[in-house]
Ligand binder design. Sequence first.
Ligand code: KG4
Ligand code: ZN
Length: 331
Amino acid sequence: MYVLGIETSCDETAASIVKNGNIILSNIVASSLKEHKKYGGIIPEVAFRMQLETIAGVADCAVKEAGIRLKDTDLITVTSGPGLLGSLLVGVSFAKAASFGLGVSLLGVNHLHSHIYAPFLGKIKARPPFIALVVSGGHTSLFYVKDFDKIESLGATSDDACGEAFDKVAKILRLGYPGGPLIERLSKRGDPKKIKFSCSGTKKPLDFSFSGIKTAVLYYVREHHGLRTMDYGLTCDIAASFQEAVINALIEKSLLACKLKDINTLVVGGGVAANRRLRERFYSAVENSSLNIYFPPKEFCLDNAAMVAGLGYRLFKKGYRAGLDLNVDLN
Ligand code: KG4
Ligand code: ZN
């Protein structure tokens, strides 16, 4: 069964053909990131204008690269939320028009749930139930995944998302945007034990908070750096110490969720899961335990449409369908 996935929740315009839920025949991602870099963050109007211009071409490219024809697809599945309103509308409207024109079934999927599905593209032994951690630019959440249509939220960030904290700290350190990969690169030359940063406590044990640590970095920079001249060695130490503290919080809460739910499978997805130090630390945290941990390949941590097509396939098999009244869902 061929599924066309469409993903336009943030700045990417992505389309993919996935066969039977895990065989990726094509995976096209067009990004307007270059346009946003000069502003130091995503500008929604810039994103959705680019998406409007590129969506048809990107979908066409995905179909051609898969070696099929558009009318061979059995299902069109699209990210219906959460995300940027205008961006989501471009994807959903395109998917509805294509579904209507071709007489092909339609399905909308939740963006965070598709990040959870990303490790299941390809061959993977894990299956539900499991605990999922989604760490992206817009969200940081822990889920109990009983099945792909029974996903219960266990906790989430009460302020900034994890990727957002990486982006803001990179801005404080004047590194550029997006901050995650830049902080990761500098951290390799820094000492993660040099500065004692830590993430704030939360009322609920499985929630997260990242705004306090971001402010702590700002004060540290003001005090030790001076805002005009930035010492390279110190910048690396700040980046490494910040990154380490964030990873500590993610590991601690994820392992706690596994313990509380008595689950020994943990899945991690979203843009921040591309971070190598994070992966290494998670692997060593579970080394001498019965816990198994799964990450998507790096390219599927970031926003892509293969995970949308894969999850859509699983839900379709369970009987889920959308009508032409499908709308975006910002929650
Ligand atoms: O999942 P994603 O592509 O988009 C959203 O759904 O938000 O995640 C983007 C976020 C950005 O905040 C970016 O800084 C972060 O993921 N990110 C990273 C790394 N690569 C991307 N954070 C830490 N380390 C990385 N290597
Ligand atoms: Zn995402």
